[in-house]
Design a protein around this ligand. Structure first.
Ligand code: G6P
Length: 615
């Protein structure tokens, strides 16, 4: 939702540049306003703007500022419009406390009324601003800085990741988390850093402490101590995790946009995910085989990965799997969640509030339920609520619209499906091996596709520029691809898309088709192909402009199409089952170029945030 970054050092650093660079790397978390607070020897200089980080630099020339303590924030507005006044850092009445926050304080209205009645003056409409005022209040009652922060946090309901500084204790910074991520890096004896996510720390250190819920850390120059918010007198020992991602992994590597870089990262992301030990997938398969009922839940792109995964797993498991959007999970299953059920939760960030709430609610409603999760982020909240989890190896994904994390999610679900097949012996072992070979060749197929096809997609996207509406249609497992491909175009190119079942589209949506209306058919040569040919004809005969995604040897759909995008893969059932992985890059690339054609920034779609920590 928002990105926070802070540092404290015993050196006189180029603090403005480091702080702005820190939040720049977190811009994917929100980018509607931003701000930074620096220690100025007496209290804090707070600089904020409504708008992007470049505007902050332009207005205040912060790059040349030196110092040894700063906290910075890039915001995605929830409470209060994205104005300068509502942007962070927020301060108390005396401007001795400066604080940045990611999350939502749900009981802020009551707390604000209480503080106003005590004489506090508020400058913003945010929930966050109650935090520095409450800390000020406890300091006024004689509590230490740490105790004042702890008491404040204990009064708050909701989610927070915070970094807070106190002008009278300029040699320390306090950070804390509950349901909003915080990572800490320490350059021993010199500088300590905190951030909402790892990419912001990578230029400074690879060794990161991941703060858990209800933990608090006191950062001093080059050192850190950890405590529990619930027992703040007792220190907690924590071990740092070594992050293998390189600084370049988190940068654009010469590509114009993160989205394009991350699509080209897909073959490696898949190869790395294929290196995850088999027993991690086997653990999932064992739980699925034992389960009474199985649900799969997620949001956005992860939801469409789960749709594809459901098809794959069902094929070998022989049990019905129910897909439920995470935000509807509780509504749909209240009173109906059976014992001995399994929930697969899919979330690239592992922090999506609705996904976390779904699994937490399920665990409370039926304690013997098993939570199996797939995420891309080590130490994310979702992993902590899970009985088993798989962390995909896509590396950091900065583009707001998910690309490489999607293919690694579908790959992981495919690997689980094949472990199920082995356990259940639902196919002869030679067949399972052929499926496995097909799945492990997906990185090579995508690599070859990207090598050969990117320019031709760019060329035909130019001709599509005039269209505002599109259908994306498929049958069977390709409905997932149609919906995810459509979502990408919607997100980055701001076009209206209906991602739909090709068969069902004749019951209503077809009435929109006129001469030249673009329809994108996802047409792998699987068991649905023959009937899909009929669907293509239905749309073609009404004047539809047919774009199809097919395998290289395709003939029938190709003959009916105005344009084809050809995927270099064999036309066997072993490969077709994994077409959601190999067909999606074509649609991601199409969306990327469509965004450029429309003059939009594909990395920062309008109104979206990469990690949504509100319900
Ligand atoms: C937001 C993002 C989507 C993402 C969804 C789920 O809506 O804009 O791109 O698919 O959240 O995120 P998750 O981290 O749970 O996969």
């Amino acid at each position: 939702m928002c990105g926070i970054f802070g540092l404290i050092s015993n050196k006189n650093l180029n603090i403005g540049k480091i702080a702005l660079d820190g939040i720049k790397r977190l811009e994917y978390r929100g980018y509607d306003s931003c701000g930074v607070a620096f220690q100025n020897g007496k209290n804090f200089d707070v600089k904020k703007v409504s708008g992007k980080i470049e505007a902050l630099q332009e207005k205040y020339s912060l790059n040349s500022l030196s110092g040894s303590l700063a906290i910075a924030h890039t915001r995605w507005a929830t409470h209060g419009a994205p104005t300068k006044r509502n942007s962070h850092p927020h301060t108390d009445c005396r401007e001795e406390i400066a604080l940045v926050h990611n999350g939502i304080i749900e009981n802020f209205i009551e707390l604000k009324e209480e503080l106003i009645s005590k004489g506090h003056t508020f400058k913003s409409e945010t929930d966050t601003e109650i935090l520095p005022h409450l800390i000020e209040d406890y300091l006024g009652q004689g509590f230490s800085f740490k105790e004042a922060v702890v008491r404040t946090l204990k009064r708050c309901k909701g989610a927070y990741g915070i970094a807070v500084c106190y002008a009278k204790e300029p040699d320390s910074m306090i950070v804390a988390r509950k349901e909003s991520p915080i990572v800490i890096g320490v350059d021993k004896g010199a500088t300590s850093y905190c951030a909402s996510d790892i990419p912001a720390l990578l230029p400074h250190t690879r060794s990161c402490y991941i703060l858990n819920d209800d933990e608090l850390a006191i950062l001093k120059a080059g050192e850190v101590e950890f405590f529990s918010v619930n027992n703040a007198n007792k220190k907690i020992k924590k071990k740092p995790e070594y992050i293998k991602w390189s600084v370049d992994d988190a940068r654009k590597n010469g590509y114009d946009h993160f989205m394009l870089k991350e699509i080209f990262d897909e073959p490696d992301a898949l190869r790395n995910t294929l290196k995850i030990p088999d027993n991690e997938f086997k653990n999932f398969a064992q739980e699925l085989v034992k389960a009474n009922q199985i649900y799969i839940t997620a949001a956005g792109t992860s939801y469409y990965a789960s749709l594809a995964g459901k098809y794959m797993i069902t094929r070998f498991l022989g049990k019905f799997i129910q897909n439920i959007e995470c935000s509807e999970f509780q509504n749909r299953l209240s009173g109906a969640l059976e014992r001995n059920s399994v929930i697969i939760a899919v979330s690239q960030s592992g922090e999506t509030a609705d996904t976390i709430e779904a699994v937490r609610w399920a665990k409370e409603a039926q304690p013997d339920i098993k939570i199996l999760s797939i995420t891309n982020v080590v130490g994310s909240s979702l992993t902590r609520y899970s009985d088993h989890y798989i962390v995909t190896r896509a590396g950091p994904e900065i583009g707001v619209a998910s690309t490489k994390t999607y293919v690694t999610q579908v790959l992981s679900l495919g690997l689980i499906a094949l472990e199920v097949a082995k356990l259940k012996k639902s196919k002869p072992s030679e067949d399972i091996q052929k499926y496995y070979d097909a799945l492990t060749s997906t990185p090579d197929i995508i690599e070859e596709f990207l090598d050969k096809n990117v320019n031709s997609i760019r060329a035909f996207v130019k001709n599509l520029e005039k269209n505002l509406n599109y259908f994306f249609l498929g049958r069977g497992i390709s409905i997932a691809t149609a919906k995810e491909g459509g979502l990408k175009l919607k997100e980055v190119a701001c076009r209206f898309i209906e991602g739909y079942s090709a068969a069902h589209a004749k019951h209503g949506p077809i009435s929109l088709v006129r001469e030249g209306f673009p329809i994108i058919f996802i047409a792998p040569p699987d068991e649905t192909y023959k009937r899909l040919v009929g669907n293509v004809m239905e749309f073609k005969s009404r004047g539809g402009y047919i774009i199809s995604v097919v395998v290289e040897s395709d003939k029938k759909v190709t003959d009916l199409s105005d344009v084809t995008i050809r995927i270099p893969q064999p036309s066997t059932r072993y490969y077709n089952l994994f077409s959601p992985i190999t067909f999606i890059p074509a649609l991601q690339i199409l969306s990327y170029f469509a965004a450029l054609e429309h003059g939009l920034d594909p990395d920062k779609p309008l109104n979206l945030a990469k990690t949504v920590t509100v319900h």
